[in-house]
Every structure is written in C-alpha cells, then in structure tokens.
Write a protein that binds this ligand. Structure first.
Ligand code: GDP
Length: 139
C-alpha cells in the first residue's frame, strides 16, 4: 500500500557543487512537505550499514567511499504516493538516462555521483527514515 512518506539524501557531489538550495527548491515546488531534515557527514560504518542491501554489488566499496566523501542532507518528505512521486521527480539512476527536467538530469554528474537518493519502496522509506531520525526530529 502506498504511504505518504519517503526518505531522501542530497549526496556529497550535489552538496559540493552548491546545489542544496536548488534541489530543495525543486522538491518543495513539486509539492513535498519537509517532515525532518539534517545536514550531516556519514561515517564509513554508517554508509556501509545504510547500503547493506548492495553489499554484493561490485560498486559497493566505491559507493561507501563516495557517500563518506563529504556532508549530505538527509530528509523525510511527505506527499500523496510519496515514494513513486519522488522517484519520478529524481529520474533514472544513470543521469544520462534521466528524463529532462528531473533532479538527476539537472544536477548529477555520473551514475554514482547522482545528486540524490530516493527510497524505492514504502518499507525502505520507513527503515531509512528511522536510520536518521528520532520521533522528536519529525515535525
Ligand atoms: P537508485 O535506487 O536509483 O539510487 O539506484 P540503486 O539502488 O540501483 O543504487 C544505489 C546507488 O548506488 C545509486 O544511486 C548510485 O549512487 C550507486 N550506483 C548504482 N549503480 C552503480 C554503478 O553501476 N556504478 C557505481 N559506481 N555506482 C552505482
């Protein structure tokens, strides 16, 4: 069943390239409400745990290195059918395949440094949101 929340991160590439403001603006303009937000820097242990599902994939080590290479913005977002709507807003994993106007099309630089994370299911949205935020940090 679709819920109304998803989880996102603005990844180190987009933060370093100065796109925090533009990406948040696109997210809010698309009708998402910010429920929780923080600016933080993942440790290797945290990034490894967050991407545990990708442990067997060949790019896992590189992905963990990349995600710890600089600060990120983490957020929980609310909108009807949030997971699917947010995946549409960010576009395909590979920015060369992301539709015109999507966040990855506009701000990503490679399949790895692809500007933003977006949960791929309601179940993962809840797990990922809980990874970063306590009940007191949600508004
Ligand atoms: P997403 O759900 O669109 O983020 O894509 P995946 O769940 O398949 O992959 C998770 C993240 O791993 C992506 O957002 C990329 O940052 C990275 N990634 C995916 N595929 C590749 C790849 O082929 N090579 C590298 N280096 N990184 C990848």
């Amino acid at each position: 069943m679709a819920t109304n929340r998803t989880f996102t991160m603005i990844k180190p590439d987009a933060v370093a390239n100065g796109h925090i403001g533009a990406i948040l603006n696109d997210i809010i303009a698309a009708g998402f409400k910010v429920v929780a937000m923080k600016y933080t820097h993942l440790t290797e242990k945290n990034a490894g745990a967050f991407y545990e599902v990708h442990k067997e994939r060949p790019f896992y080590g590189d992905l963990v290195q990349f995600m710890t290479s600089g600060p990120i913005v983490a957020a929980i977002l609310e909108k009807d059918n949030a997971v699917e709507e947010f995946r549409k807003l960010i576009g395909a994993t590979d920015p060369t395949k992301a539709e015109e106007g999507t966040i990855r099309n506009k701000y990503a630089t490679s399949i790895e440094a692809n500007a933003v994370h977006g949960s791929d299911s309601d179940e993962n949205a809840a797990i990922e949101g809980n990874f970063f935020f306590s009940a007191l940090e949600r508004h």
